[in-house]
Design a binder for this molecule. Structure first.
Ligand code: FES
Length: 104
């Protein structure tokens, strides 16, 4: 399984998907270090902000209140914004495209 990752400079890379692992971890393990993820997945920093592939929105875990409130603090929130540490990967997300949101 794999994910197509779009970096801030527009370049693309492929990262491996692992069942049950969150997208933030997969992106960083795959070399997407510009996704800072400063809180380490604790849903408190919003530096793991991504734009998800709209074709896959229905296959994602829903946004919790906590995640939604953090996203509201971002200047770059868009319709398909998510915090990547809050989304577990599963086989149904294979082939998804993810864009890293601009730095705050
Ligand atoms: Fe901090 Fe996701 S890593 S909110």
């Amino acid at each position: 399984a794999q994910i197509q990752l779009i970096l801030r400079d527009g370049s693309e890379m492929t990262v491996a998907g692992r069942e049950g692992e969150n997208l933030m971890k997969l992106i960083r393990d795959g070399g997407g270090y510009e996704l800072l993820a400063l809180c380490g997945g604790g849903c408190s920093c919003a530096t793991c902000h991504i734009y998800v592939d709209e074709r896959f929105v229905d296959a994602l875990s829903p946004i919790t209140d906590e995640e939604g409130e953090l996203l509201d603090c971002s200047m770059h929130r868009q319709a398909h914004s998510r915090l990547s540490c809050q989304i577990p990967f599963h086989a149904g997300l294979d082939g998804m495209r993810i864009e890293i949101a601009p730095e705050e």
